[in-house]
Design a binder for this molecule. Structure first.
Ligand code: FAD
Length: 465
């Protein structure tokens, strides 16, 4: 079998052909900061990808809910709650007060008869997964990383994959919030139901989420199989596999004709780690090197990748669910993800692939394709429709704008709704047309925060305030 090292040596040798006149190297435009401006002595805040930059005059991290109430009540200017800063959109940006709940994390209470738990909303998912496991509980599903805070994940309708599983806020029974004047309020399906509907996916625009009442399930193990296959074969059976397996998704490697499928099902089997483990972060750098050396010839690049990928072995692991779902994403990127009606998703995938492979040889990041079940949350992108979610990425240091601008009309033509935490260009009119309860949400927001103390420039524009 050809090793990654051999593949790169092979590719590195090929520029000899290029010097003989076969093609020009790919030029990379650097990514521009979305909101940079000169700072005085304020240390800039950046999101995970570095695209969003803000200069908060004050950064606060209360150590208790009482301190949090007082801070919110007394803060001057725009207060923006921040979790792990893993959103790509300027949701968190403020030049006034940036508020973190990193010091208020943990499990407050649990009930193993009903598999419910109360957690501090600032708890990061990696802590939450472990704490719940210790008391015999687990989230029904999780996204593909575990850095996010619970509040941040619920606030943007963060999701994993599973045709029979909803996004994270579906598994919430009740929420506690600190309002603009520092009051502590509770809501659920019976108590202040409109507030509960709006607060499950809230973009941090209603108040500061302080506690979440979770509907979990008994802890479980997942058997995971990762398998490489030509993309046409994956596409032919993807929808059926999404119904057959509890968690199914696939990735496509641009220009290769290959993708890999990730299937997960509940098991009682013993913990097992794969002998052939592919480091996905290293894999992304390999794709980048191939782009740099062979990007001038899609055929040669495809040939090199085909030679390599057809020999990659399948991987099998068995781990506790919270460890199986999430991975380390060490290579930074910017991302656009839209959630499309399930029946349209794979058609959109084909069009995006065509546009990319025709016009954007510089792109090397894989696409990610996932399944998410319909729900009834006002601002959930999955509101009343089963979805296929398609995510496209560009390396953080390269300009993503032309590529994302080219694929967004395809997402929109198929009726897609954007992920709230990922890049998109929609404004209040387009969003109102996509969300039947848009005005209901705005009404609740206005009642909760009439002075707009939680609204930054981005949210004002998004809500048309
Ligand atoms: C590498 C990477 C992988 C990702 N994988 C996935 C994935 O698999 N699935 C998916 O759906 N998304 C994914 N995302 C997106 C991510 O899950 C969301 O953007 C999520 O909102 C980030 O959570 P956070 O804690 O970083 O929140 P932030 O990005 O800091 O904030 C997000 C929103 O929550 C609000 N907020 C934060 N804390 C509070 C609070 N206490 N009260 C009220 N509002 C609050 C903020 O104001 C903001 O509006 C990924 C992002 C990255 C960078």
């Amino acid at each position: 079998m050809i090793s990654r090292r051999q593949l790169l040596k092979f590719a590195a040798a090929l520029p000899v052909v290029k010097l003989a006149g076969a093609g020009a190297p790919i030029k990379q435009a650097r990514a521009a900061e979305a909101t940079a401006r000169p700072a005085s002595n304020v240390i800039p805040w950046r999101n995970w990808s570095g695209l969003q930059v803000a200069h908060p005059r004050q950064r606060v991290a209360p150590a208790s809910i009482e301190d949090l109430q007082q801070l919110v009540a007394e803060a001057s200017g725009v207060v923006r709650p921040v979790g792990a800063g893993h959103s790509f959109t300027p949701l968190m940006n403020t030049d006034d007060v940036l508020l973190s709940l990193d010091r208020i994390q943990g499990l407050v209470d649990y009930d193993n008869e009903n598999h419910t738990a109360v957690m501090e909303a600032g708890t990061r998912l990696y802590n939450a997964g472990e704490l719940l496991d210790e008391v015999g509980q687990a989230f029904p599903n999780m996204p593909d990383i575990a850095e996010q805070s619970l509040a941040g994940a619920f606030g943007t309708a963060t999701h994993g994959t599973g045709a029979g599983l909803g996004c994270m806020p579906v598994y919430v029974n009740g929420l506690e919030l600190i309002t603009a004047d520092g009051e502590r309020v509770y809501c659920d399906a019976d108590t202040r139901p409109d507030l509960f509907q709006a607060a499950r996916v809230n973009l941090g625009a209603l108040g500061v989420l302080s506690r979440v009442h979770l509907q979990n399930r008994p802890s479980y193990r997942l058997e995971r199989t990762l398998e490489w296959q030509p993309i046409e074969e994956i596409l032919a059976e993807a929808d059926a596999l999404a119904d057959r397996h509890r968690n199914f998704e696939f990735f496509y490697i641009p220009f290769s004709g290959w993708g890999f499928m990730d299937r997960q099902d509940i098991t009682d089997a013993e913990i097992r780690l794969s002998e052939d483990h592919t480091d996905q972060n290293e894999g992304v750098y390999t794709l980048q090197s191939l782009r740099d050396w062979l990007g001038w010839s899609s055929r040669l690049r495809g040939f090199a990748m085909d030679m390599y990928m057809r020999r990659l072995p399948a991987e099998h692991t068995v781990l506790p669910s919270w460890q199986t779902y999430t991975h380390t994403r060490a290579v930074r990127f910017n991302e656009m993800e839209y959630h499309l009606p399930r029946e349209e998703g794979l058609k959109a995938f084909r069009e995006i692939r065509e546009v990319l492979e025709k016009n954007f040889p510089e792109v090397f990041f894989p696409f990610e394709v996932r399944w998410v079940q319909a729900d009834d949350i006002w601002l959930s992108p999955f509101y009343r429709r089963d979805c296929i979610s398609i995510a496209v990425h560009r390396y953080y240091d390269e300009d993503h704008t032309a590529f994302f601008k080219a694929v967004e009309p395809i997402f929109r033509r198929y009726g897609g709704r954007p992920h709230w935490g990922k890049l998109h260009s929609l404004g209040p009119q387009e969003l109102a047309a996509l969300y039947p309860h848009w005005d209901d949400f705005l009404e609740v927001r206005q009642a909760m925060d009439p002075e707009g103390r939680f609204l930054n420039t981005y949210l004002r524009e998004l809500f048309g305030v």
